[in-house]
Each structure stands twice: as structure tokens, then as C-alpha cells.
Design a protein around this ligand. Structure first.
Ligand code: AMP
Length: 281
């Protein structure tokens, strides 16, 4: 009897869709945290939020090849399933979904989601096909899991924005935005940080601090022109020897560059060595 109880309370690892259908019942509030593994405290914060709000929580770990636009980037993306499972057990997650590529892409449906020209900004401009891949995988996962809530990080703001726009209306699912968790030097936690050395992390901290300062200046109306943003970009490139893909200020309602309503964010994508990092402030 005691062992049966332990078994029932244990985190369930689900690998096949048939097991997913058996494990999940649809009579409780289910929270879903989609991840690509390489879990860190940022992911943990999403899971804790889901556990607090929902009766059951499911976490998926799937490194989705379709959202990488470089094979090399996909290959070297950090993977550490054993450590991830330890973290998930410690957090008392109810279900962990670990699908294989074949299971996910068995149905060879063409990509349904196409970004409009006006949506091809920020990461969508520089990572062709990335968000189409993200929307496709999220559609496949949500269709199978039918969660009441999906918990996603503000760190990937454009991703969250597009998922809300494209998927919230198709399914009876609400996307909950969760704050970005940072280290002591203000660097956003990210699985890709595992690829950085100590001095790279320090550089990322300086970049973050500079952009936090810039945000304060914009709020105080001390930034009079776009030239200021351009000069900040040049300063960061020269000072830290980084390659900046974009550094832009956009409003958070529709992501256009009109920021008169004060609800704005500074978005950056940059490379330290060959590691691409994104953040927003
Ligand atoms: P990933 O495993 O990188 O695909 O991320 C899975 C989820 O965790 C996404 O919703 C991310 O936005 C979120 N996430 C990643 N890093 C952080 C962070 N530092 N703070 C909060 N959420 C994060």
C-alpha cells in the first residue's frame, strides 16, 4: 500500500503520445512549461509559478531542430537530461514529457504559421524560419497537452508575443508571462550561458548594466534621438569586442518603434565569441 502511494506520487516520465493521453486527465487545471532542457533557475521559476497556480504541472524537454537555423548551433546546444530530471524531481513536477523527433514530426503537416512582413523584426529578421519553427512545435505540443496555462519567460519576449498572438486564440489556453531571472551581475540566465567562460559572463554583465542605464535615461526623457541608441551600440561593440545583431527600442504593445506611450523595452541580440545571446530590459 505504502509503495503504491509512493508510485502514485512519483514524477511520471512520458515518452510516447499514447502514454501522454493515458497520464493526463482533463478534469484539473494543467500548467505547461515547455523547455529545451539545460535547466536553470530561470526555468525553475516558471515551474514554481505553474505549481502555485495549477493543480498539476507538465514540463516538456525537447530540443527542436526546426527552430535552429544553423546545424552547428543545434549540435552544440547544451543537453543534460540527468541533471534536468534531478531538478524536476526536486521541484515535484507531476509529468515530464520527453518526446523524440520522430514522434513529434510523424505527421508531416506543412508549417501553418507564416509571419507577416511587419512581424519580421528583431530575431525574426536575423533568424529566418526560427519563429515559424517555434510556433509549429508549440502548436503540436499544445494540441497534445491541452493545458489551461502555458508559462513562458519574458526573456524571450518576441517568442512569447507571437505565441500569444497565434496560439492563444486557437486553444483554450492562456499564456502567462514570467519575469526574467538574472544573476548577480544582471545577466539573464540562459542555457546558452553554459557555453560562456567567466570573462564572457562578466562582459554580458557590463552589457546588461549599460542597457539598464539606457532604459533609465529614456524614461527620464534624457535620450533625445535615435542617434543616442546608435552611439550606445557603437560604444558596446568597441568596448567589449562583441558583435551586435540588433539593439532597438520598441513598444511592448505591438513591437513597433513608436514608443510615445512609455511602455517600451530595449531589445538586444549579440554575439560573445560565437555564442548568440538575447535579452530585453
Ligand atoms: P528554453 O529552454 O530556452 O527554450 O526556455 C524555456 C522557457 O524558459 C522559455 O519560456 C524561456 O523564455 C524561459 N526562460 C529562459 N530563460 C529564462 C530566465 N532567465 N528567466 C525566466 N524565464 C526564462
Amino acid at each position: 500500500m505504502f509503495y503504491l502511494l509512493i508510485l502514485l506520487l512519483q514524477m511520471k516520465l512520458i515518452r510516447k503520445i499514447s502514454d501522454l493521453n493515458k497520464a493526463i486527465k482533463f478534469n484539473y487545471d494543467l500548467g505547461f512549461v515547455p523547455t529545451m532542457g539545460g535547466l536553470h533557475i530561470g526555468h525553475e521559476s516558471l515551474i514554481k509559478k505553474s505549481k502555485k497556480k495549477c493543480e498539476k504541472t507538465i514540463v516538456s524537454i525537447f530540443v527542436n531542430p526546426k527552430q535552429f537555423n544553423s546545424k552547428n548551433d543545434y549540435k552544440r546546444y547544451p543537453r543534460n537530461l540527468n541533471t534536468d530530471l534531478k531538478i524536476l524531481r526536486k521541484l515535484k513536477v507531476d509529468f515530464v514529457y520527453l518526446p523524440t523527433i520522430n514522434q513529434i514530426y510523424k505527421n508531416k503537416e506543412p508549417l501553418k504559421f507564416k509571419l507577416k512582413k511587419t512581424q519580421k523584426i528583431l530575431c525574426a529578421k536575423y533568424r529566418k524560419g526560427h519563429f515559424e519553427g517555434v510556433l509549429d512545435i508549440m502548436n503540436r505540443l499544445i494540441k497534445r497537452i491541452l493545458p489551461k496555462f502555458v508559462f513562458m519567460g519574458e526573456k524571450d519576449f518576441q517568442q512569447l508575443f507571437l505565441i500569444k498572438k497565434f496560439l492563444e486564440n486557437i486553444y483554450n489556453t492562456k499564456v502567462i508571462m514570467c519575469k526574467t531571472v538574472r544573476n548577480n551581475n544582471k545577466v539573464a540566465l540562459s542555457t546558452r550561458n553554459f557555453l560562456l567562460n567567466r570573462s564572457d559572463v562578466i562582459t554580458a554583465g557590463y552589457v546588461a548594466s549599460k542597457l539598464i542605464d539606457l532604459k533609465i535615461k529614456i524614461k527620464q526623457n534624457r535620450v533625445k534621438s535615435k542617434l543616442h541608441i546608435k552611439n550606445t551600440k557603437i560604444y558596446l561593440i568597441k568596448k567589449f569586442n562583441i558583435k551586435i545583431e540588433y539593439l532597438e527600442v520598441r513598444n511592448i504593445i505591438n513591437l513597433n518603434s513608436n514608443i510615445t506611450n512609455k511602455k517600451f523595452k530595449i531589445f538586444i541580440a549579440y554575439y560573445i565569441d560565437k555564442i548568440r545571446l538575447i535579452d530585453n530590459f
